[in-house]
Design a protein around this ligand. Sequence first.
Ligand code: PGA
Length: 255
Amino acid sequence: MSRKIHIYGNWKMNQLTSDIYQFFEELEDDKLAELKCQAGIAPQFPHLSLVKEKALTLGIKVGGQNCSHKNSGAFTGDTSPETLKDLELDFVLIGHSERRTVFNESNELINEKTLLALSLGLEVVFCIGETLEERESNKTFEVLKAQLDEGLKGLPKEKQSDIIIAYEPVWAIGTGVVASPPQAQEAHAFIREHLGSKHGFDEKSLIIQYGGSVKPGNALGLLSLPDIDGALVGGASLKPSDFYELLKVGSELTP
Ligand code: PGA
């Protein structure tokens, strides 16, 4: 594989200030300097500046877990992608399954957010994935296709390289039930082929992360697969030793 492995931590609604100080204290700078893969962390909004400051010298990208579909205005409680850019952040997660299901975000809204965030120069980690019910009724590819086609509609060609796709089967998120390597590889190959043939993406350079119960113990099996270029990690990214182990696996597999 010729692509750089990208391991991003999604901290979700976890970590208090003291946990963040401890996290960075335990991550050893000299060991991180040897890593070849790209690391990223998405903390809660109020902690973005603190994490950015801590991560700056470690080469870890920092991003938001979500953003608004507008840049400014009367949207109480929302955070503008322009503000994320203003804070010199690197990326934003868009369309995470928890946003889709708990907050009812539609493909149309996700599309608006994606185009806006990209237009501001943010990297977008575009999350897709099927539910267990959809998988069991053989609708996985149909669902992934709709999420990609509707969510990436109108995407300017020059912005394609700023997108990372995160394939996260909903049934694997936070459940401890990781997708089997063949299941994950099949979905990733489908996504790569579809984005290449229908959307004109450069299939060779496209980064597709797998997400859903990734742990140090199962990372190598997944990341060694031909179409898996990284991981979006929830639970295991909260513990510095686990996060570091994942980065080590990613680095070993990065050319
Ligand atoms: P998990 O979460 O690693 O805890 O399953 C992944 C995610 O939601 O991005």
